[in-house]
Write a protein that binds this ligand. Structure first.
Ligand code: HEC
Length: 286
């Protein structure tokens, strides 16, 4: 009886392992989606965002991606929130932050002229939302050969693989392998599902000219200068991914801090409860 049970257990384990092996080899052979796993600083329970990378990532978004992609859930002032890319301890209210003001001003926002009700373009202010690039989806499709460039505010949440996927997609442009028929206007991409994407490679070496960034010190000191790295495709992909990961989850650092504190509290509480139990039942026979 016991022997039969052991045999069937070994059999089941064997079948499971074989199935697992087949599944992973199918994945590798099909060349479907190749997603690189990076060692992001925001992973793990104590994870934090890299401010300098987020600032450079904003520059990449502004100068490259914003030509086609909106960021509709974000306002300019969010850039200067505590935990945001351009937070400055001297300006706890992001509406006063001169960097945020300058960045908002660099965008043009549609408004109504209060004198005559006409539609006008004016420079942005921190309280404005990032303006849409296209007035509506058909207009966006018409400018992109029929394909729709999705809003990027929540993109790392919306795609399986999250930040790893976004990075891999941005660096995943390759020449189509021999025998692969490409449709018109499509580029071969190793991370995109189906490998044919309607977005031409957006990044090329030195497409942005990185300036040095300034981030607050770890111990509340003023802003410290961080030298600009070379603007390689990988570096820009990493930086814009850091920025868009923050845009999709700006409260992540606070949430992780509270989570850890709660865990510690419960641990100490359980320990005290156990000691109390021991004390109360001391000397009682059971
Ligand atoms: C010239 C216009 C254009 C620019 C510039 C551009 N994109 Fe795109 N993007 C598109 C279009 C069009 C699509 C839709 C592609 C499709 O569905 O095949 C797309 C799709 C995407 C997607 C969705 C992929 C998916 O899994 O569905 C992401 C993410 C993305 N772009 C990120 C970026 C980032 C980051 C940048 C800047 C570095 C950028 N794009 C620059 C036009 C653009």
């Amino acid at each position: 009886m016991a022997q039969r049970f052991t045999k069937s257990l070994i059999g089941a384990a064997f079948i499971a392992l074989t199935a697992l092996g087949v599944a992973s080899s199918v994945h590798a052979a099909g060349g479907e989606q190749e997603i690189e796993h990076l060692d992001w600083g925001f992973n793990g329970i104590g994870g934090t965002y890299d401010r300098a990378a987020m600032q450079r990532g904003y520059q990449v978004y502004r100068e490259v991606c914003a030509a086609c992609h909106a960021l509709e859930h974000l306002s300019f002032r969010h850039l200067g929130d505590k935990g945001g890319p351009f937070y400055n301890p001297d300006y706890p209210n992001p509406n006063d932050n001169p960097d945020v003001k300058a960045m908002a001003k660099d965008w043009s926002v549609i408004d109504i002229d209060s004198d005559n009700g006409d539609e006008i373009d004016r420079p942005g202010i921190p309280a404005d939302k990032f303006p849409s690039i296209f007035p509506n989806e058909p207009a966006a499709r018409a400018s992109n050969g029929g394909a729709y460039p999705p809003d990027l505010s929540l993109i790392t949440k919306a795609r399986s693989g999250g930040s790893d996927y976004l990075y891999s997609m941005l660096v995943g442009y390759k020449d189509a392998p021999a025998g692969v028929e490409m449709s018109e206007g499509m580029s071969f991409n190793t991370a995109f599902s189906g490998n044919q994407i309607a977005m031409a490679p957006p990044l090329s070496e030195d497409i942005v000219e990185y300036a040095p960034t300034f981030v607050p010190g770890d111990h509340g000191e003023g802003l410290q200068e961080i030298a600009a790295p070379a603007a390689s495709v990988e570096q820009m992909a990493r930086d814009v991914t850091e920025f868009l990961t923050w845009a999709g989850d700006p409260k992540m650092e606070v949430r992780k801090k509270i989570g850890f504190a709660t865990f510690l509290y419960l641990l100490i509480f359980s320990l005290l409860l156990f000691l109390t139990y021991k004390q109360i039942w001391k000397g009682v026979k059971h």
